[in-house]
Design a protein. Structure first.
Length: 301
């Protein structure tokens, strides 16, 4: 197959591993910086310009789109879809998962376990928001935050009120969530490919930090997940419409709760902690699934 890999840099671990895995299996693969692409929107002749030339015909495209460039990245991906190129994850599914509020509304509708969550913009009734979320301590998130940035723990009623009012004072949309204390500062990252969890790791935040992101100094180790955790992860992925994703779970007293569904999960932590060839599994999945024009939305979303 001839593959396109949408990524800002070939030096990123995940990008390098996918290129390596594709070549090992005999495929041609090009790394394309989507921010340097130009979209030619012409009736019946969609095309993408890159480095002064029209991109050739690809069998499949692997999108690795950073959260900060979701709008432009998904626009380029839609163009690939309109050209009949099979996407590992579709543009509509990526956009859906990147909208924290929309994704939680969809997961709630499907009955997926979630922490109690309150969405607000006007924050003059901070006390009521905290009460609705189950009382302090609560986790307060900027709707646009990523990799643990814009996520704060309000440990007491007064501290939580101050944080909510501060975020509200700069016109930010915020999510206030129940704090799952029993998780102990750890979460479970389930890597889903197709309809299966192929690997899982437990991430633990550094000393004194309730956030478990590896980018923020957290550690990871392989973990065995329960059947209900496996079912929750695959249902969350299916609800988002993602064929490859990372589903982040917390182990609560009432069962697993989903914190986030990540459409471009990093491969370094999960591969090194589990010893599994996740990049190879992704390429193998593409070999089985990639068919011309198989995209469900065909760039309609």
């Amino acid at each position: 197959m001839k593959l396109a890999l949408m990524s800002r840099s070939s030096k990123i671990y995940s990008t390098g591993r996918l290129v390596e895995a594709a070549k090992e299996r005999g495929h041609d693969i090009d790394v394309i910086d989507h921010l340097r692409c130009y979209i030619n929107i012409t009736s019946n002749r969609p095309s993408i310009r890159y480095q002064g030339e029209n991109l050739p015909k690809y069998d499949a495209v692997i999108p690795r789109i950073g959260a900060s460039v979701t709008f432009y990245g998904t626009a380029v991906l839609r163009q690939f879809e309109m050209m009949g190129v099979y996407p590992l994850n579709e543009s509509v599914a990526i956009s859906r998962s990147r909208d924290k509020l929309r994704s939680m509304q969809l997961l709630a509708r499907k009955g997926v376990g979630l922490p109690v969550t309150v969405f607000a913009h006007k924050t003059s009734r901070a006390d009521e928001i905290i009460k609705m979320a189950g009382g302090a301590p609560v986790v307060i998130k900027l709707l646009e935050g990523t990799q643990g940035i814009g996520v704060v723990l309000g440990e007491t009623q007064k501290a939580a009120e101050s944080i909510i009012q501060a975020f509200g004072g700069v016109g930010s949309n915020i999510l206030t969530q129940q704090f799952i204390k029993e998780a102990g500062g750890s979460d479970i990252r389930c890597l889903v490919i197709g309809d299966k969890v192929v690997a899982a790791m437990k991430r633990t935040g550094k000393e004194g930090d309730f956030r478990s992101n590896l980018h923020r100094g957290g550690t990871a180790e392989q973990v065995k997940i329960s059947p209900i955790e496996r079912k929750t992860a695959t249902l969350a992925a299916k609800t988002m419409g993602l064929k490859v994703c990372g589903v982040d779970l917390l182990r609560g007293n009432q069962g697993p709760v989903v914190m986030e569904v990540n459409s471009s999960p990093g491969l370094e932590g999960i591969e090194k902690s589990t010893g599994k060839d996740i990049a190879g599994m992704i390429i193998e999945f593409l070999e089985k699934e990639a068919k011309p024009g198989k995209t469900r939305t065909r760039g309609k979303g």
